[in-house]
Design a protein around this ligand. Structure first.
Ligand code: DX5
Ligand code: ZN
Length: 234
């Protein structure tokens, strides 16, 4: 495929996931990645039903919102996410994503998120085919491709996710959308360039950033690791 410079995707955005941060010192952890150039702060919400783990809810997001200077990208790994859209946006989510496997009326939930003024994203689990997005693609502000099974940080990147990224990009292109694709799970300095080449332009990283001795440096290093790759055409 020929890549015309005029239709290249936007710059890569780095979204550190606080799941691997020190929860007793979230303010300082967030300040460090922001100094390192984080574009977004990724917040993982888990309910113990859709995924086996339980994390945080709106009160903690409200507290993070007070200290973060970057937009909050809130990833809902919960059943019936439509019940909580208003709460999470009210708490400070600028981007809110829901799983296609959990949102029974996905079209309505996406509309609900947008009506409340946040950017709406749909998330695909590793076993969910890209074509699950076909009927909703035109409505989405962004797509999240899970490259691990959701629930825990520090898991290994699933290599088939690269092909999934290409397929999602084709589906978006077919409906004339240049919505960014976020990749979430197992992203590190070694695979960052390949996910950008395959179509991702928002890189979530938990363990690779907050598991590193210096999260500020690790944020900068992650961007550097993919800076020479031309993003896939939008
Ligand atoms: C997994 C979460 C991810 C997680 C990524 O369920 O959605 O956002 O924090 O962490 P790493 O980068 O460690 O795989
Ligand atoms: Zn996530």
């Amino acid at each position: 495929m020929t890549i015309s410079p005029s239709i290249r995707g936007g710059p890569v955005e780095i979204a550190p996931s606080i799941l691997s941060a020190d929860f007793a010192d979230l303010g300082r952890e967030i300040a460090a990645v922001e100094r390192g150039g984080a574009d977004l702060i990724h917040v993982d919400v888990m309910d113990g039903h859709f995924v086996p783990n339980i994390t945080i809810g709106p009160p903690v997001i409200r507290a993070i919102k007070r200290v973060a200077t970057r937009p909050l990208d809130v990833h809902l790994m919960i059943e019936d996410p439509e019940r909580y859209v208003d709460d999470f946006i009210g708490a400070g989510a600028a981007m809110l994503s829901v799983h296609v496997e959990a949102a029974r009326h996905l079209h309505r939930t996406i509309a609900q998120i947008k009506a409340r003024g946040a950017k709406a994203g749909a998330v695909l689990n590793p076993a969910t085919p890209a074509f699950a997005l076909e009927e909703i693609a035109a409505e989405l502000d962004f797509v999240v491709v899970m490259s691990v099974n959701p629930g825990f940080g520090g898991q290994e990147f699933i290599p088939q996710s690269l092909e999934k990224l290409r397929r999602v990009r084709q589906i978006l292109q077919r409906v004339g959308s240049s919505a960014p694709i976020e990749i979430d799970g197992g992203i590190d300095h070694a695979n960052a360039a390949s996910v950008v080449a395959a179509g991702a332009s928002i890189l979530v990283a938990g363990n690779a950033i907050f598991g590193a001795p210096d999260p500020e440096f690790a944020t900068r290093a992650l961007r550097a690791a993919c800076s020479s790759v031309a993003p896939f055409p939008a």
